[in-house]
Design a protein around this ligand. Structure first.
Ligand code: HEC
Ligand code: HEC
Length: 201
């Protein structure tokens, strides 16, 4: 794909990238558009936008393919400049190469645990549930990137709330063995788990 095609493809979703004509739609400028939601300026307490820096390239690229292929629900969010869009729009015209490059870009950055409020009693209850049901795949309290099952420890509670709701409603695909565990939990158990992950800062 030549630069102009890349620009046209990107333009369909993140139009501001190509404004000014001369802009080169390379990965760096795509990253800027991603950071208008995922960057430090947009992330704040209660954020429904997940922290993505430091997640494994394999996991991230997979999720971007899921969004692009409409296999994962997309929730509207606002960029730092006030544009409302979602992950389905953002990924619609990305090439496989761009997706893989984006995964590699964010995987190379350090993960920064979210600074957020949590309830210590709920976190303690959540830790017990995690150790019983989740630690087998989400090792080290959900903080081990080598698991290739994303990072739970230090992720924003607002985002975890959204994604748990999607799992519970059967809207987001999950490993069968995880689904069995998730389905067996009460809403209070899920809440406790969220506080446990939030407590790891
Ligand atoms: C309009 C705001 C917005 C923009 C722009 C945006 N994202 Fe997202 N992103 C979200 C939200 C909100 C979620 C979580 C909700 C959902 O699944 O729809 C998400 C989820 C993700 C996830 C899944 C994380 C996980 O833990 O499963 C990845 C990976 C991701 N985005 C990468 C990107 C990349 C790469 C770009 C740029 C090409 C981008 N995002 C642009 C808002 C945005
Ligand atoms: C059999 C292994 C397994 C078990 C058990 C398991 N998970 Fe998972 N989990 C995974 C994998 C693999 C993924 C990544 C799925 C994907 O690629 O979409 C995942 C993804 C997730 C995510 C999404 C992370 C993100 O960034 O969006 C959450 C939240 C989660 N698991 C919570 C849990 C909780 C809570 C438990 C225990 C009740 C649990 N999991 C048990 C394997 C497991």
């Amino acid at each position: 794909m030549n630069t102009r095609n890349v620009c046209a493809a990107v333009m369909a979703t993140v139009a501001w990238l190509c404004l000014g004509g001369a802009a080169l739609a390379d990965i760096e400028s795509i990253v800027k558009s991603c950071d208008s939601c995922h960057g430090a300026d947009s992330l704040k307490s209660g954020s429904e936008v997940p922290a993505i820096a430091g997640l494994s390239d394999y996991y991230q690229a997979d999720q971007l393919y899921f969004y692009r292929d409409k296999e994962r629900p997309c929730k509207d969010a606002k960029t730092s400049s006030g544009v409302v869009t979602n992950m389905c729009n953002v990924t619609a015209d990305l090439s496989d190469d761009q997706i893989d490059a984006l995964g590699a870009h964010y995987a190379a950055l350090p993960f920064v645990a979210a600074k957020q409020e949590f309830d210590a009693a709920l976190a303690a209850a959540g830790q017990k549930i995690h150790e019983r049901d989740c630690e087998i795949c989400h090792t080290e309290g959900g903080s081990n990137i080598e698991d290739d099952a994303s990072l739970l420890a230090g992720q924003w509670m607002g985002y975890l709330k959204v994604t748990f709701a999607e799992y519970r409603a059967g809207e987001r695909e999950q490993p069968e063995k995880m689904q069995t565990k998730i389905d067996a939990l009460s809403d209070d158990d899920i809440k406790a788990l969220m506080h446990y992950y939030a407590s790891q800062q």
